[in-house]
Ligand binder design. Structure first.
Ligand code: KG4
Ligand code: ZN
Length: 345
């Protein structure tokens, strides 16, 4: 390992994934371990905060060891400890924050507090792409749906966000309605592959007012799916769940794609970056590619590989690297911030 490389240990415990990773210079993943609690939460149909915190507590130390052992590193090889301090579930966040503070104190290393949402964007730094600015970014996760403009000088402007459910939340709620299990996104993605996306014309909330043009709303779509199922059952109609899943996904994806494309057009974007758990959706990838293909080669579209779309600690360590260079270190009384927003200019 070249001596000048900055090795940052990242920790992530904001929701239901316990993760640790070592990243060199914010770009090269040396190790990345993720332990998902999905099975523990599945029977409740969603994440149970108390169970999540307890599970993080059980797993975090052994994951830390795994992340170092995988690459034969010792604690003394590290240059900084980075941790998600928000947004997320407060009890879950606190496990990561307390662990990172203890490590930083004991090892006399700088502590770096990372915003989980911004970290989703940094997943792109781990794939070797060259981001040309301005860049329009769509973050679609279980808790957030945000459309952002990133500029060369590092400034971030929010163009829009969801007014109610996040895209991942809509996937999870519809999957629960279909009794598919949790998390719903990948299950709907799979089910929809055998369905007809044009079978049911579900409503799209376009929110075309000037001040809402890049905002999203998915709760009406979710209600429309509930109503459709309710009436079909009452009338004893045969229900084709694959068609329902495909039509729901079509309605949701169409809005994500059209609003992203309109923002890219309006702001003359050279790059479109998609990030967050829902970025691993195969239909979103396909439709976004198709929609933006006309704008190539001026506009480049990037999705991280699926394992970097969903929560992981490599993105946390990557996001910490510019903060390390700026010496933007956190104090040892760092707290968890469940409602932390993205750092806007
Ligand atoms: O980014 P993430 O791992 O955690 C949060 O920060 O929220 O996102 C999790 C969300 C869940 O709602 C999950 O259902 C959704 O991402 N998701 C997907 C897919 N894989 C994960 N949604 C649609 N299609 C997928 N293939
Ligand atoms: Zn996330």
């Amino acid at each position: 390992m070249p001596a000048e490389q900055v090795l940052i240990l990242g920790l992530e415990t904001s929701c239901d994934e316990t993760a640790a990773a070592v990243v060199a210079d914010g770009r090269q993943i040396l190790s990345s371990v993720v332990s998902s609690q999905v099975e523990l939460h599945a029977r409740f149909g969603g994440v149970v905060p108390e169970i999540a915190s307890r599970q993080h507590l059980l797993l975090i130390n052994s994951l830390l060891d795994d992340a170092l052992e995988q690459v034969n590193l010792k604690f003394s090889d590290l240059h900084a400890i980075a941790v998600t301090h928000g947004p997320g579930l407060v009890g879950a966040l606190l496990v990561g924050v307390a662990t990172a503070k203890a490590l930083a104190y004991a090892l006399r290393l700088p502590l770096i507090a990372v915003n989980h949402l911004e970290a989703h964007l940094y997943a792109h730094n781990l794939t070797g792409i060259n981001i040309v600015y301005p860049a329009v970014t769509l973050i679609v996760s279980g808790g957030h749906t945000e459309l952002l403009l990133l500029e060369e000088d590092g400034s971030i402007t929010r163009l829009g966000r969801t007014r109610d459910d996040a895209a991942g939340e809509a996937f999870d709620k519809v999957a629960r309605l279909f009794e598919l299990g949790y998390p719903g996104g990948p299950l709907i993605d799979r089910l929809a592959k055998n369905g007809n996306p044009a079978a049911i014309d579900f409503p799209r909330a376009w929110l075309n007012d000037d001040n809402a043009r890049f905002d999203f709303s998915f709760s009406g779509l979710k209600t429309a799916v509930i109503n459709h199922l309710y009436h079909a059952r009452r009338l004893n109609e045969t229900i084709n769940l694959s068609d329902l899943a495909a039509s729901f996904q079509e309605a949701l994806v169409e809005v994500l794609v059209e609003k992203t494309a309109a923002a890219a057009d309006k702001y003359g974007a050279k790059t479109v970056l998609v990030a967050g758990g829902v970025a691993s959706n195969s239909y979103l990838r396909l439709r976004m590619e198709q929609r933006l293909s006309k704008a190539r080669p001026v506009l480049q579209l990037y999705f991280p590989p699926p394992e970097l779309c969903t929560d992981n600690a490599a993105m946390i360590a990557a996001a910490a690297f510019p903060l390390y260079k700026k010496k933007a270190f956190a104090p040892l009384n760092l707290n968890a911030h469940p409602g932390l927003e993205i750092g806007l200019s």
